[in-house]
Design a protein around this ligand. Structure first.
Ligand code: ADP
Length: 324
């Protein structure tokens, strides 16, 4: 392998820059010519492929977002798009590709790699933590830290006014951000996509809190929760429970930004380093991930098809116990 390119695709996540830096520098350290592809798969199609040296990734480890930009690219889903992308890689003599992204990114990588035999290694980069094969995905830890910082502020005002807040957090179909945020912020309840929580159950919990003199309550609602978002749940609860003034906050895209936590900087560095080493070993179609604090590979096929239930059972149990 002589020439390797790296791209970020799908939703951005803090820690992607740390990973790009590690990929570029690990490649250069091993005598490889390194390239960055701008705007994910769109850059492959548009031939927006730039040579990168060790200095091109200076002073980025602490930055959120991705210096390579990211995009959703529909053209890459077509055969013509895939052909164009391959031609551009061939023109640069690129024989290895590191893709940082989520399941959509890996689906594209799998098709592309299988069609043209180009070597591909995936790095799980998404705040949602919804991929099989890595206990943590890049950006997840930072997103939780961002969420709890916001909730701490909301708690101040909730407490001053004796209010009930419904706070909606990201994660798509994964309740990982919601669960960890709930534990870290001392939320009274959490509604997760993976679990049914009946309205009765939630109201009973809030009633108990009110009768034991809680002055404020915070309910975290996952955006993928089956009974709707924070506004829907708040409306339903309000009809039957009115001990507090009720407010709703949707945290939204601020959860995707910000300076990565030390955990995500280290994770990005580890996975970027590992991704290039896998390519150097001749491996392909693997995702590098963290399992039990060790870097392990999982086939992209498996990462895409295995069902993921990643909520920690002890945390689930704790949500009820610690919020009494
Ligand atoms: P994420 O990687 O965060 O899940 P997306 O689902 O938007 O984000 O996927 C990122 C990109 O991966 C898409 O914009 C598209 O270019 C590519 N992709 C997704 N599915 C396919 C597919 N079936 N074939 C080819 N490319 C795909």
């Amino acid at each position: 392998i002589k020439n390797i390119a790296v791209l970020t695709s799908g939703g951005d996540a803090p820690g992607m820059n740390a990973c790009i830096r590690a990929v570029i520098r690990t490649g250069i350290y091993n005598g490889i010519n390194m390239f960055g592809v701008m705007q994910g798969y769109q850059g492959l199609i548009n031939n927006n492929i730039i040579p990168m040296d060790a200095r091109s990734v200076s002073n980025i480890i602490h930055l959120g977002g991705t210096i390579l930009k990211t995009a959703r690219c529909l053209e890459f889903k077509t055969e013509e798009g895939l052909e164009l992308a391959y031609k551009n890689l061939q023109a640069h003599d690129i024989d290895g590709l590191v893709v940082i992204g989520g399941d959509g990114t890996f689906t594209g990588a799998k098709r592309f790699g299988e069609k043209f035999g180009i070597r591909v290694i995936g790095v799980p980069g998404t705040i949602d933590n919804d991929l099989y094969g890595s206990d943590f995905t890049l950006g997840y830890d930072t997103a939780i830290n961002t969420v709890i910082e916001a909730i701490d502020k909301i708690r101040d005002t909730a407490d001053s006014h004796d209010r009930l807040f419904f706070i909606e957090v990201m994660g798509r179909d994964s309740g990982c951000i919601a669960l960890r945020s709930a534990i870290s912020s001392g939320a009274e309840a959490v509604l997760l996509p993976e679990r049914e929580t009946s309205l009765n159950e939630l109201i009973a919990q809030l009633e108990t809190g009110a009768s034991t003199k809680k002055t404020s309550s915070i309910v975290i609602v996952s955006e993928g929760h089956k009974d709707g978002g924070a506004y829907d749940v708040a409306k339903k609860v309000k009809e039957r429970f009115n001990h507090y003034d009720t407010k709703v906050t949707i945290l939204g895209h601020l959860q995707r930004g910000g300076s990565p936590s030390s955990f995500d900087r280290i994770l990005g560095s580890r996975l970027g380093f590992a991704a290039v080493n896998e390519l150097l070993r001749g491996n392909t179609m693997q995702m590098v991930g963290l399992r039990g604090n060790e870097v392990k590979t999982t086939s992209i096929e498996e990462a895409l098809t295995r069902h993921t239930f990643k909520l920690e059972s002890d945390l689930l149990e704790m949500t009820k116990v610690l919020s009494i």
